[in-house]
Design a protein around this ligand. Structure first.
Ligand code: S3P
Length: 355
């Protein structure tokens, strides 16, 4: 593929559906009672891995004409998979499903590709074991994970890292636990699980960084409209901001405040981004319009990091086009994603002449 610089970027685009919400809609749809229609589902490999895992646990899931239909089995209706569940390259699939599997009355093995087998799973094994789960992992930290039937009880758990995958694994296990489950976050991470739980009738309360869940009798299926992924919109936001003469609208973007760190940072760098057609239906959504402007460097760190964790690579690109230096701190989680995203950005931007 050969690329040459655009003179300007003008027009409007719709980017694919939100990855995090797509995963959760299939997982919760599978363990809800009733049928869930999912519109705007992201048909990326990661989310297809989630569909495949639940099909292997007996859930009937159709994917036709842009609509995914999940025929929920109810909270206790999953069945034992006949082979290891393959999460592919998807950390979200692996970590969130481990919370559900910890509480089943059957054994199951969870694994994935070479990258998944190198990603830390001890962070989910520890709290799930505290809840009573029986889990084994390679070197006590890596996939394949083997989960055995156990009865869970609620715990209060202080997360050592601001990770929505870890938080969600505990909350999913909490659905099946005896008594309340409380999770305390070091800084707010994406709250799609909590919002979807509420929409499905689960009693869950958020007080600052403290989230408390009451185990429900059952979840009641609701249809889900997945907004466009702000993590995909981020590339167009940066493109529109750095290319002179640009004016670009990205439609129907999910702007959950736990995900909009990219907007805060680009604006603090001088980007001109406006929001229109705002609506809020479980998840807030709007159209974003970006116009070219001169960007300047900034400093990023602390509590904003989980709100833009997946956008840091493209923020590095914006920083390369900005006047002055940009400093990013507290981003060590990027080293344990599907790849070491810090190393990748350093290597590739260096090739393009960035210091
Ligand atoms: C996700 C949480 C984040 C993010 C990932 C999706 C989720 O990971 O990077 O792409 O859907 O919960 P961590 O929980 O590891 O921070």
């Amino acid at each position: 593929m050969k690329l040459s610089p655009a003179k300007s970027i003008r027009g409007s685009v719709t980017v694919p559906g939100d990855k995090s919400i797509s995963h959760r809609s299939v997982m919760l749809g599978s363990i809800a009672r009733g049928t869930t229609e999912i519109h705007g589902f992201l048909e990326g490999a990661d989310c297809l891995s989630t569909i495949s895992c639940f099909r292997h646990m007996g859930v009937d899931i159709e994917n036709k004409n842009g609509v995914v239909t999940v025929h929920g089995k109810g909270l206790r209706g999953l069945s034992a998979p006949s082979a290891p569940l393959d999460c592919g390259n998807s950390g979200t699939t692996t970590r969130l499903i481990s919370g559900i599997l910890a509480a089943q009355d059957f054994s199951a093995v969870l694994t994935g590709d070479a990258s998944i087998q190198k990603r830390p799973m001890g962070r989910v094994m520890k709290p799930l074991r505290e809840m009573g789960a029986s889990i084994e992992g390679r070197d006590d930290n890596f996939c394949p994970l083997t989960m055995h039937p156990s009865e869970l009880h609620g715990i209060e758990y202080r997360l050592p890292v601001a990770s929505a995958q870890l938080k969600s694994a505990i909350l999913l296990a909490g659905l099946y636990a005896e008594g309340q489950t409380t999770v305390i976050e070091p800084a707010p991470s994406r709250d799609h699980t909590e919002r979807m739980f509420r929409a499905l009738g689960v009693e869950i309360e958020t007080n600052g960084n403290v989230i408390t869940l009451e185990p429900p009798e059952d979840l009641h299926a609701v249809d889900i409209a997945v907004p466009a992924d702000i993590s995909s919109a981020a590339f167009f936001l940066v493109a529109g901001a750095i290319v002179p003469g640009s004016e670009l609208t990205i439609r129907n973007v999910g702007v959950n405040p736990t995900r909009t760190g990219i907007l805060d940072v680009l604006r603090s760098m001088g980007a001109d981004i406006t929001e229109s057609n705002f609506r809020d239906d479980a998840e807030p959504v709007c159209d974003l319009t970006v116009r070219h402007s001169r960007l300047h460097g900034t400093e990023i760190g602390g509590a904003i990091i989980p709100r833009l964790i997946d956008e840091l690579p493209v923020i590095a690109v914006a920083a390369a086009f900005a006047e002055g230096e940009t400093v990013i701190r507290d981003a060590q989680e990027l080293k344990v994603k599907e790849s070491n995203r810090i190393a990748a950005m350093v290597a590739e931007l260096t090739k393009a002449g960035v210091d």
